[in-house]
Design a protein around this ligand. Structure first.
Ligand SMILES: NC(=O)c1ccc[n+]([C@@H]2O[C@H](COP(=O)([O-])OP(=O)(O)OC[C@H]3O[C@@H](n4cnc5c(N)ncnc54)[C@H](O)[C@@H]3O)[C@@H](O)[C@H]2O)c1
Length: 356
């Protein structure tokens, strides 16, 4: 039985988690997908109940789980508290040894007008950013700071680059079969190694095309021709910057899913946004990022590609039919629960196209 740990967290977390679970329950039987859900406290809610954001009890449960679905954590209530919910998130990522962060970005036709870029530029954008998460300049030693001088170290080894690039190729081979490796190989030694290893890894994937970009050119192309990319793989620092740049293409934070993977352990699936305390409890949160994260879990942790395709396509169809949440249309919008029900209706309507 597939064991999924569900962490509702804080703010809008419970609302959007409930939506995604409702979607999963509505369709899993049709695909013979069997699972067990374990709802656990995490973040602020865990501090309130247990005095810490990430308990040992949860750690033990994670050791026997197959995937973690996290909504979001955080509240200004803990701003001057001795322990903050965000500490739990950093600990969780470390505990699970997550080295790859994946952020897919697809701009639906009906949302083109929300993008800060011209619709003809954003149209058709459907890309995934694969960011190395556990090494590079954020972790490299030595590092030093004084008022006169400061430095950091951008260090990568063969193993670290190979596993992240390999992950990108695996994803590309399930998508449009193109990888763009981003580096600064004209200047940085660590980037030269990144480029060399990406070429080596590509030999194992003859049906996937590899191309290279310098990060400065990539920053430009991401907003001048975003629709030309499929899977983008890069180091920790470049991925941090490029994934935030890419996040504006779609027009709302409520649309962006993400997932993080370890080498052999379980993976974490979560929306890219925070706990949105300003709208918590109002039933107006956009559940799409959460539902898309759950869909990624089905695809990458449980190989349920058809089920995941069905959910992703129905999200697009419901948006294209003009049903929005408040963040997408302030005038004409559905509540979180009504939008979720629309999605479930659509899934039921077209599921026969996806069941083999
Ligand atoms: N991974 C995480 O859980 C995570 C990530 C970022 C921030 N945080 C925490 O979240 C809290 C709030 O942070 P913030 O306000 O800077 O960022 P946020 O992402 O929570 O909210 C930013 C803005 O986007 C809106 N928004 C976000 N998600 C939405 C959704 N699904 N539907 C509709 N609107 C949505 C919010 O209403 C707000 O106006 C803080 O405590 C922060 O530390 C948590």
């Amino acid at each position: 039985m597939n064991k999924i740990i569900c962490l509702k967290g804080d703010g809008i977390g419970p609302e959007i988690m409930d939506s995604s679970i409702k979607v999963l329950r509505s369709i899993s039987k049709d695909f013979n997908f069997e699972y067990e859900l374990l709802f656990e406290d995490f973040g602020g809610v865990s501090i309130d109940k247990h005095g810490e954001p990430f308990t040992n009890d949860l750690k033990e449960k994670l050791n026997n789980a197959d995937a973690v679905l996290l909504a979001c954590i955080g509240s200004s209530k803990y701003d001057s508290a001795p322990v903050r919910p965000e500490q739990g998130l950093l600990e969780l990522r470390k505990y699970l040894n997550l080295y790859a962060n994946i952020r897919p970005l697809k701009v639906s036709d009906s949302l083109l007008s929300l993008s800060p870029l011209k619709p003809e530029i954003v149209k058709g954008s459907d890309l995934v950013i694969v960011r190395e998460l556990s090494s590079g300049i954020y972790f490299g030693e030595p590092r030093f700071y004084s008022d006169e001088e400061a430095y950091d170290t951008m260090r990568y080894n063969k193993k670290e680059i190979t596993r992240i690039v390999d992950y990108a190729f695996k994803i590309a081979s399930k998508r449009n079969k193109k990888v763009t490796s981003v580096d600064k190989a004209n200047v940085l030694a660590s980037s030269k190694l990144f480029r060399k290893i990406s070429i080596d890894v590509s030999k194992n994937y003859p049906d996937v095309t590899l191309e290279h970009r310098y990060v400065d050119a990539m920053a430009m192309e991401l907003i001048t021709k975003p629709s030309s990319f499929d899977v983008i793989v890069t180091s920790n620092l470049f991925g941090d910057i490029l994934s935030d740049e890419a996040s504006v293409l779609g027009g709302s934070l409520g649309l962006l899913a993400s997932s993080s993977f370890s080498e052999t352990g379980i993976s974490l699936y979560e929306p890219a946004h925070g706990s949105a305390p300003d709208i918590a409890g109002l039933n107006i949160a956009n559940p799409i990022a959460m539902i898309s994260s759950m869909s990624m879990m089905l695809r990458y942790s449980f190989d349920q590609d058809n089920l995941s395709n069905l959910i992703d396509d129905c999200i697009d169809r419901v948006l294209n039919e003009g049903y929005y949440t408040k963040d997408l249309d302030n005038e004409n919008y559905l509540s979180t629960t009504d939008w979720t029900n629309k999605l479930i209706e659509k899934i039921q309507e077209v599921k026969h196209e996806y069941i083999i």
